[in-house]
Design a protein around this ligand. Structure first.
Ligand code: B12
Length: 208
């Protein structure tokens, strides 16, 4: 069934994809596993787009399908957990309006007890620094999907340094272009490209 869902996503077959997700949930597949299949599926859509086989309208369709899927899985993600008292500032970096991954991350963090301040998309480095200063949050999560926006994350880290806030906050980044090299270039503390790792990192930070 996993492969079928991947195929339906890649073929942008909304009806089939939503029906398969319903079936998978009924069969006991976890929402996290479904989210990861979706991520892999839209990655292939993105690849087809960059190769010129798919067009912008297809990316928009992929977004539509993902939103439908999230609508189905979200109730299964939500668990009433007590807050762990740890706050996280989260947003998508300046110039970038991709927010599906960010929203999934925020949903999962909230379900894990974190108090998340969602700054939205296209967030300037100055806005990130202001939010860290005002909230005193020990974790800053930045999402980036566009490679040419990576430089603005470096600016966030530099501005945190200038404002004397760098020691009090761990910067965690994630999204399509993120890897070890990007982590080092931007000066971020951690990176993650999948939900399981991302939550583990945030939990690890508060234990330290
Ligand atoms: C859907 C989509 C869109 C939708 C976005 C809808 C929305 N509301 O977000 C629309 C159609 C609007 C769009 C627009 C564009 N897009 Co687009 N888009 C995609 C696509 C197909 C899927 C992205 C997605 O939602 N993935 C699903 C989520 C769940 O995965 P995710 O975001 O990676 O998040 C996961 C992890 O990365 C992680 N995570 C995410 N953030 C964070 C943060 C932290 C702190 C942590 C720890 C973890 C974490 O957790 C998530 C769950 O696992 C990607 C392809 C791809 N390979 O990603 C292209 C892609 C990102 N887009 C691309 C491009 C070029 C564009 C446009 C410039 C196209 C255009 N010509 O206009 C515009 C840019 C608009 C802008 N200014 O931002 C390129 C970027 C290429 C590059 N190297 O920079 C991609 C890679 C496609 C491609 N291969 O060419 N896009």
């Amino acid at each position: 069934m996993k492969d079928e869902l991947l195929k339906a996503l890649v073929n942008l077959d909304e009806e089939e994809a939503l029906a398969l997700v319903e079936k998978q949930i009924e069969a006991g597949q976890t929402p996290l596993e479904i989210v990861e299949i979706c991520k892999n599926g839209v990655e292939i859509v993105g690849k087809r787009y960059s190769e010129g086989h798919y067009f912008l309208a297809d990316l928009i369709m992929a977004e539509e399908i993902l939103k439908g899927i999230m609508g189905i899985v979200e109730p299964y993600l939500s668990v009433d957990v007590p807050t762990n008292g740890i706050s996280i500032v989260f947003g998508t970096i300046e110039g970038d309006i991709h927010d599906l991954g960010k929203n999934i991350m925020i949903y999962l963090l909230r379900s894990s007890g974190f108090q998340v301040y969602d700054l939205g998309v296209d967030v300037s480095p100055e806005q990130f620094v202001k939010a860290v200063s005002e909230t005193g949050a020990p974790i800053l999560g930045i999402s980036v999907l566009l490679s040419f926006c990576v430089g603005s994350i470096k600016k966030v880290v530099d501005l945190l340094e200038e404002a004397g806030l760098r020691e009090q906050v761990k910067v965690v980044i994630g999204g399509y272009p993120v890897n070890q090299t990007v982590k080092e270039y931007t000066g971020a503390d951690y990176y993650a490209t999948d939900v399981t790792n991302a939550i583990a990192i945030c939990r690890g930070i508060i234990k330290k």
